[in-house]
Design a protein around this ligand. Structure first.
Ligand code: ADP
Ligand code: 5GP
Length: 190
């Protein structure tokens, strides 16, 4: 019988910590059998972002209709916008024996961890709060108001980190990537 090692990965961490940066590197090295789940959001696209690549950018009305229809595995309101994971896509990948990565914020992650206790939960944390703010501002993608909302969420998010199976401190990108890679290889072999 074919062994199914597909895993659901939940990756969380405060905005600006470097989740996207570390995951981009991870997916440069791991193209087979693991897939990034593209979320839906009501937030406006950033200049470099593309619909269907970074997110499915939809309206508040469309998002609320999809909630009603039960289309989301989880969803959350974060910094005045909705974000949600497409249930059908994730279940299809797992059924096909492929692992899936959810890059989601802490409220949604909590719901997924409750529903799927066997998931591989990973929290990415900054070396310190000053460095986090520096990165968030240095990215130059948010308005001051959006930066403040993201910073307000940090304390609550960091308190959740103890509930995750793995903790990665993103000090140097290469080291954080190596840790993620080791977790992936270990979990794939289990
Ligand atoms: P997130 O996806 O968690 O919101 P990003 O990946 O967009 O965060 O990273 C936020 C900013 O911090 C980006 O400008 C990125 O280049 C930078 N960054 C990410 N990781 C590091 C790191 N280890 N050291 C310094 N800067 C980093
Ligand atoms: P950003 O606006 O910076 O792209 O994302 C804001 C936060 O929403 C990040 O913490 C990101 O991981 C999270 N996020 C992205 N997609 C989803 C999702 O589908 N569900 C939940 N709960 N959070 C998400």
């Amino acid at each position: 019988m074919k062994e199914n090692k597909a895993r659901l990965y939940v990756i969380t961490g405060p905005s600006g910590v470097g989740k996207g940066t570390v995951l981009n590197k991870f997916f440069e090295h791991n193209k087979d059998n693991i897939i990034y789940s593209i979320s839906a959001t009501t937030r406006a696209p950033r200049p470099q972002e593309k619909d269907g690549v970074n997110y499915f950018f939809i309206t508040k009305e469309e998002f609320e209709r999809e909630i009603e229809n039960g289309d989301f595995l989880e969803w959350a309101k974060y910094s005045d916008n909705y974000y949600g994971t497409k249930k059908s896509f994730v279940l299809k990948c797992l059924n096909e024996g492929k692992s899936v990565v959810l890059e989601i914020e802490a409220q949604g992650a909590k719901k997924v961890m409750e529903k799927y206790p066997e998931c591989v939960s990973i929290f990415i944390t900054p070396p310190d709060l000053d460095e986090l703010e520096k990165r968030l501002r240095g990215r130059k993608t948010e308005t001051e108001d959006a930066i403040q909302k993201r910073l307000e969420a940090v304390k609550r998010e960091l308190e959740e980190s103890k509930n995750y199976k793995y903790l990665i401190v993103n000090d140097k990108v290469d080291e954080a990537f190596n840790q993620l890679q080791q977790i992936y290889e270990k979990e794939s072999a289990l």
